[in-house]
Write a new protein. Sequence first.
Lengths: 210, 287
Amino acid sequence: MNVIRFILQNHTQVLELTLEHLWLVGVSTAFATLIGVPLGILISHRPRLNKPVLASANIIQTIPSLALFGFLLPMPWLGERSDRLAILALTLYALLPIIRNTFTGICGVDPAVVEAGRGMGLTESQLLFQVELPLAMSVILSGVRVAIVISVGLATIAAAIGAGGLGEFIFRGLAMVDDRVILAGAIPAAVLALSADVGVGWLERRLRPR
Amino acid sequence: MQRHTERRDPVCPDPEPWVSRKTPVCCADMQPDRSTPVIEFRDVSYCVNGTQVLSELNLQVAGGETLVLLGRSGSGKTTTLKLINRLVSPTSGEILVNGTPNGQGDIIRLRRGIGYVIQDAGLFPHFTVERNIGLVPKIEGWPDEKIRQRARDLMQLVGLPPEMASRYPHQLSGGQRQRVGVARALAADPAILLMDEPFGALDPLTRDELQREFLLLQQRLHKTVVFVTHDLREALRLGTRIALMEAGKLVTVLSPAEFLKSTDRWAAAYVRAFGDGLESAANRGTS
């Protein structure tokens, strides 16, 4: 109950940090989708590229997040504003699920359907936009969904480099040894992750091919 | 389908200017012509990863005939079919479609002028029946109303009730899906139809029904059909001529009646394997 009272007392700050958090997650997911989906399409059509691309994305995923934030700090332009830095790092982490699901989704389209389309005289881009992408859409979206949930959690660590977001409360709470403050960051972050999960999940079901 | 035969043919109506403009000139407006081959294979070989899939294939398909490619799995019959619409490119030799090598010019145009039907139909699961049928007209830029009309006409032609237009493929039976597949292939009125074991996955009764309807359809439309099957009974029933293939080679090309009497080793083996009652199948199932 103390936690709820604390959140209510500081509601303007909670709201502000939640919006900051949403900004970090939203922008990085948008970037990751813009990069990851085309990359996934590319590697599904060029089988030779799929190993190196997926391996690189995998390696990025294994770098501890705190270390990555630290590594990026001395970079010019990026280091000047910590939210740029945080967005870059979050984008890198979100790439793997998006690339992998795009790849899996497109490879999972029934080859007979693709061949029928090609045999009927669809061009490669018509095949991609009218057949492959619509049929892979729900798998691609489930990748985006995973990416968002991961990002909401990771973005709390961005506070360590001063990028803001709900992590501010968590780090402050840790320093003050005050559970209320930690939870004031953790609870809204969990709510964010859950609602993003439910929202994108709904979209995913709507777009699932029958 | 039988019930439509007396009516005016809804699928080949009087020449409509937008049909001839929008479909490739090379194929769409050809009348059946038995003197010059519509499809011709000249010394065609095809290798993949060092394996000879087809060797030295020479074959002619006349306008309006149904040529059946008969052979067991791996004999190269599907590859032969895909060489025609260039889903596969030959290692050597050339394939002429309406007198022009099919490797020259626009492959997309070539394919849009050739209907293609595969086993299980290969329908787009996210499109309704109507959109599946209207796909080629749509990408050819036909006006929407013409596409809808065309889809309705074709559904009637292949014996699908009009209320199925808004269904999705997973809501149809195997036989209905195959009918949609045939209608889709006929949509832009191609002169050539390639059929790759179209009735292979159907139960015997449905297969029989579709074979009968195919014959009736072919009596009216006179398409040049290349039909792949491993079923001798089907080959005898549907084919004008049967091209027997074995291990990537064309063994012989015979009419159904000649096939039954043939002394060729492979042809005789086929007849033996299928046993009695083949003569009635060779009667073209129209009785």
